[in-house]
Design a binder for this molecule. Structure first.
Ligand SMILES: [Zn+2]
Length: 598
């Protein structure tokens, strides 16, 4: 006897066999029992969840003349006829290959004839959304007034593509995705019936790989069965389906959180050696991280994650030092890598660099802790010393081609501290998971110190507004508050610039846009003048901020800092200073804003 695939052999024959779609079985039972059967149905849901199978069950149940109302007997003429695979009273067409109006007319022609054996003639149209507009119109007429012996069942994966005129004339059933547990249970049932020895982990892997589709699960099951025979182990399942062993992910997470980049490369090499596809490796890693994260959330059990109890315990004990934020960050990189994989010219290199980048990441978390030190009194200097003392953060392996770690405070002169022989602290700023912004490389941590450079760059774009900002200083906001607050303080003796800059909302908006572009974050700009008495005391609000102008600046320098137009001219036209004379501006309420001699 020819071998019959499991998917065919174990196709459900009645509603009680149907896995995971109890709500549909129940509705049909009630409709049949109460004799309130609609004449047209739409079955919608993802592939492999039992839509066409259900359509056949409906046909079988309605036409069976033996047995009970709800369980087809399998022996009566109708059941036997449907069992032949080419039944007379069930007409199935695939709309994907019969899209035209002529195909539809041929089909509808048959609705005129009464059923040969059973009570109903059942028309099953698979992938109904593929029908042409004219075909739908032809169908519509019959759908409005169908003969009493006709039942239509439409199956589709894309109900949104079915015209509303059709949708309003059918009873719709949404098929659920079948859970991994339900699939595994069905597979276990089949194993028992077929005398196959299978371990539950192996079946769980098949169920997971099937991703909600019973048909896929049975196809995979067949594949493994053909390979391993009646002894179906989880190793065989992994080998046949190319699923990485869980130990790979445990090792990978450990390598990542102990910054072991070589370890990461070795694990990727090992996976490739086992014939595991890179996309499956990334997928598996993403699922593993998701489970790792969920295992830490209280209230979730091994059952909820659909993993074994021992696996769950192992997850809970893994990487105790890693925060949930760290795990989420890894997930983000994985998702990016998965996306880039489709177009990568060298997929393995891409995956290797991504994992190396993850192994690199923890230092970002360390730095955040350090930066909190900036808020504490007296700690800023210590932190600055540490950063300046620390050489390049690279240890053994070469850095991966990811955004280069920016050095902090590049313009500050090294402080007179004794250089430590071997750096014990490893500090660097690597905003590895952010794409490098266009424009100058400035982070929000550096902004206060880099303000002068930023302002000059802004000047290139918006000369006048940029020039008005000359001589201003910054007070930084909290780094972890969004939007990032940037407070720009105008010197008290620079009221003119302040007035000019604040006169137009446009300047502030342009500056905000500019800062958002270079910092790659949402920015809120505050503009403030300083009270005259406060100038000297607070001209440098942070110990890291150099004073913006020396007290004994030349007249020209002073005037330049006061008058943006002079600054602008000197920078644009290479003006040479010969002489300048200070004048006092008289602030009048009127528009007459003329300078007068002192
Ligand atoms: Zn029957």
């Amino acid at each position: 006897m020819a071998y019959m695939a499991m998917a065919r052999k174990w196709r459900p024959m009645s509603f009680s066999d149907l896995v995971g779609q109890d709500h549909i079985a129940q509705t049909f039972r009630h409709a049949i029992e109460g004799n309130r059967l609609h004449h047209a149905f739409l079955f919608t849901g993802t592939r492999g969840v039992g839509k066409t199978t259900s359509a056949r069950i409906v046909a079988r149940t309605l036409n069976c003349t033996g047995g009970s109302t709800l369980e087809p007997c399998g022996k009566c003429p109708s059941c036997l006829d449907i069992g032949t695979g080419n039944p007379m009273d069930v007409i199935e067409i695939d709309a994907a290959s019969n899209t035209g109006v002529d195909d539809m007319r041929t089909l509808l022609e048959q609705t005129r004839y009464t059923p040969m054996i059973g009570k109903y003639k059942v028309f099953v149209i698979d992938e109904v959304h593929m029908l042409s507009k004219h075909a739908f119109n032809a169908l519509l007429k019959t759908l409005e007034e169908p003969p009493s012996h006709v039942i239509f069942i439409f199956a589709t994966t894309e109900a949104n593509k079915v015209p509303p005129t059709i949708l309003s004339r059918v009873q719709r059933f949404d098929f659920k995705r079948i859970s991994n547990r339900q699939i595994a249970e069905r597979l276990q049932y089949i194993c028992t019936q077929e005398s196959i020895q299978a371990d539950s982990e192996g079946l769980a892997i098949i169920a997971d790989k099937a991703d909600g589709s019973m048909r896929d699960a049975l196809t995979y099951f067949d594949q493994v069965y053909a390979f391993s025979g009646a002894e179906l182990s989880n190793q065989a399942v992994r080998q046949v389906l190319g699923i990485p062993p869980e130990s790979i992910f445990f090792d990978m997470v450990q390598a990542i959180f102990s910054h072991d980049q070589k370890g990461c490369f070795d694990i990727i090499d090992q996976a490739c050696g086992l014939g595991i596809e890179l996309s499956i490796l990334l997928d598996g890693m993403a699922k593993f991280l998701r489970n790792l994260l969920y295992s830490r959330v209280s209230g979730l059990s091994a059952n909820a994650l659909e993993v074994t109890e021992s696996h769950f315990k192992q997850l809970q004990g893994l990487a105790p030092d890693a925060s949930n934020g760290d795990i989420l960050r890894l997930g983000k990189i994985l998702a990016e890598t998965h996306f880039q994989l489709k177009t990568a010219s060298n997929p393995r290199l891409l995956v290797e660099t991504s994992f190396a980048r993850m192994a690199w990441l923890d230092r970002v978390a360390d730095l955040k802790k350090i930066l909190q030190g900036f808020d504490g009194p007296g700690t800023a200097e210590t932190v600055k010393k540490k950063i300046l003392r620390s050489p390049a953060p690279v240890s053994d392996p070469p850095p991966p081609p990811v955004p280069t770690p920016a050095t902090i405070l590049p313009t500050l002169a090294p402080l007179p501290v004794a250089p430590s022989p071997a750096p014990t602290e490893e500090f660097s700023i690597s905003f590895g998971d952010e794409p490098a912004p266009a424009g100058p490389q400035v982070s929000k941590f550096e902004l206060v110190n880099q303000w002068k450079t930023v302002q000059k760059d802004f000047c290139q774009m918006e000369p006048l507004a940029g020039a008005y900002l000359d001589g201003t200083v910054l007070q930084r906001g909290e780094y972890n508050i969004s939007p990032f607050a940037v407070k720009i303080i105008f010197r008290a003796d620079n009221a003119f610039n302040f007035n000019q800059f604040t006169k137009s909302e446009f300047y502030k908006a342009t500056l905000t846009d500019y800062l958002e572009t270079i910092l790659q974050t949402k920015v809120l700009v505050h503009i403030e003048p300083l009270a005259p008495s406060a100038v000297d005391a607070t001209a440098s609000p942070s110990p890291l901020v150099p004073r913006q102008s020396a007290p004994h600046a030349s007249t020209w320098e002073r005037d330049k800092s006061r008058e943006p137009i002079l600054q602008f001219l000197s920078e644009t036209f290479e003006v040479t200073w010969l002489d300048s004379k200070s004048v006092r501006r008289i602030q009048r309420p009127s528009q007459n804003d003329q300078p007068v001699d002192e």
